[in-house]
Design a protein around this ligand. Structure first.
Ligand SMILES: Nc1ncnc2c1ncn2[C@@H]1O[C@H](COP(=O)(O)OP(=O)(O)OP(=O)(O)O)[C@@H](O)[C@H]1O
Length: 500
């Protein structure tokens, strides 16, 4: 995930600059831990003397162990740890996003890092988010810098690095696995966000039901917790504002502020010192006292919070599902729309390509077998090329599949055959089809009376192929769509001979 602090292709933000910009940032960014002791959970990585602590506390540690790969689910602290490591003395933080950066950018960072080291005595901490999206050539470009210690590479990934990171880089880095945060960890984080000045600054309280709701939906993801909390606070503030009697404005002191509508149990406004919390995601409830966030507020907020496509959340599955259904439904425009949403969100092109390969087989099948060739070729080309050009191949495969005639007959046929096998159907293999290549097979009758199809007219033999109990069963029922029409006609003639 790109940090709004460092949202450009890459940036070297000094930590002093952060303060001024913080006010307008999302709660999750404002609450980003600045020191190891503010990080919740991940205790297995943070014990005294652990490599991560040694690295964060400024010592480079044993040679070759100074670069780390952080592997773990979203919102568990990977980017945060990179920032904390970069806070060490004489360190410069540089971020590259594997979605947008290329070999040239890596080289540029390395050159600058060398210069900073030699001329200014500074160590560059290079944070590379989503390293699994770098192809082999891009990952290889990191090697000299890592090997020679020009940078401390902190690479983050949500995918198993054994499959997505090249082995020379794996072997030169320390692999650290982050765990999903527990409800206890996240609850502590909520309390901090409610109370701290850089957070919601005491302007809100959270009712226990709302807290439970937010935690349940979080799936161990701190970003999701804080984003939802902030959105829920904005909903609660809006509600309180609506219920505040007319004439109330920011200039009113608390003594001037009339009580909220006493009939409205949702409005839990209390007498509290005036506050102005511009950081509360647009909620500026200074004149409204402390506002309680209810579970309705949290629910309403969640609807808003998932509006944006979240690569690892529910939206992800909704978009992928709509993409597949548009392909199946022969609507290329809708399919391209959902493809665009995935591309814009930075979805891994290999993930999209795998879905296209499956769709080519599952939705188009024998109605146009060349769709599978297009999809497989696109998947291979995506591996070779990477983004942004990979989108061209994804678009071609999408349009081919969406506009192709459709058939699911072959895989439905297999599923029916599997169901029969599971139900115990399919007796002994007919004797004439059995393996006749070993000594004694003939004595057992194996291969006897077998007809070699190529010796027959049209190279088709009239003989029994299925086991006795499946004779005459039609698993494959061609649709007659596209090229499958010709298959269907030929199949009629084939069955007429083989089943004679
Ligand atoms: N372990 C943690 N302790 C305290 N706060 C955390 C922790 N993990 C995440 N957060 C909060 O969530 C926000 C997002 O976390 P961070 O960017 O570190 O996640 P990430 O693991 O890099 O996620 P992604 O894989 O989506 O990029 C942080 O700004 C911080 O507010």
């Amino acid at each position: 995930m790109t940090d709004p602090l460092t949202g450009d292709l890459f940036s070297a933000a000094s930590h002093q600059e952060e303060g001024g910009r913080r006010r307008h940032m999302p709660l999750a960014v404002r609450m980003r831990p600045r020191h190891l002791d503010e990080i919740v959970g991940q205790q297995h990585l943070l014990e005294q003397g652990s490599p991560l602590r040694v690295l964060a506390e400024g010592s480079r540690g044993p040679a070759g162990a100074s670069s780390v790969i952080l592997y773990g689910p979203p919102g568990t602290g990977k980017t945060t740890l990179a920032h904390v490591i970069a806070r060490g003395e004489s360190r410069t933080f540089v971020e590259l996003s594997a979605i947008r950066a290329g070999v040239k950018d890596v080289r540029r960072v390395m050159d600058q890092a060398l210069e900073d080291r030699d001329l200014r005595g500074r160590t560059t901490v290079l944070f590379l988010d989503e390293i699994h999206r770098f192809n082999k050539a891009q990952q290889d470009a990191l090697l000299p810098g890592v090997e020679n210690g020009w940078v401390i590479l902190v690479a983050a990934t949500t995918e198993n690095p054994s499959f997505s990171v090249v082995s020379p880089l794996l072997s030169r880095s320390l692999l650290l696995t982050l765990r999903p945060l527990t409800d206890e960890d996240l609850s502590g984080l909520i309390d901090r966000a409610l109370a701290e000045e850089r957070g919601l600054d005491g302007a809100f309280t959270l009712d226990p039901e709302a807290r439970g709701h937010i935690l349940r939906m979080a799936g161990g993801d701190a970003r999701r917790v804080l984003t939802t909390l902030e959105a829920a606070a904005a909903v609660a503030a809006g509600r309180a504002e609506q219920h505040a009697p007319a004439g109330t404005d920011d200039a009113c002191s608390d003594e001037d502020s009339p009580e909220a509508d006493p009939g409205d149990s949702d409005s839990s406004e209390t007498d509290s010192p005036e506050r102005d919390s511009p950081e509360a995601g647009g909620a500026t409830p200074g004149h409204l006292g402390t506002i309680t966030i209810t579970s309705e507020d949290a629910e309403q907020a969640m609807d808003h919070a998932v509006q944006r496509y979240d690569r690892d959340g529910d939206q992800h599955y909704d978009i992928v599902s709509a993409f597949i259904k548009s392909l199946r439904g022969s609507d290329p425009d809708a399919a391209l729309h959902y493809l665009a949403r995935m591309v814009v969100a930075g979805e891994d092109p290999r993930f999209i390509a795998r879905r296209l390969v499956i769709a080519a087989g599952e939705e188009v099948g024998m109605a146009d077998p060349s769709a599978l060739q297009t999809a497989v070729a696109a998947a291979q080309a995506v591996q070779l090329i990477g983004m942004p050009e990979a989108r061209i191949l994804l678009a071609e495969a999408t349009v081919h599949i969406a506009t192709a005639p459709k058939s699911n007959a072959s895989y439905r046929a297999l599923d029916a055959a599997i169901a029969d096998v599971r139900a115990g159907k399919g007796g002994p293999v007919p004797l004439h089809l059995r393996d006749a290549h070993y000594a004694g097979a003939h004595r057992l009758g194996h291969g006897r009376s077998y007809v070699y199809a190529h010796d027959e007219p049209h190279h088709v033999a009239a003989q029994q192929y299925p086991p006795d109990d499946l004779v005459g069963v039609d698993y494959y029922r061609p649709t007659g769509n596209g090229q499958e029409r010709a298959v269907a006609e030929r199949l009629d003639r084939l069955r007429a001979i083989t089943r004679r």
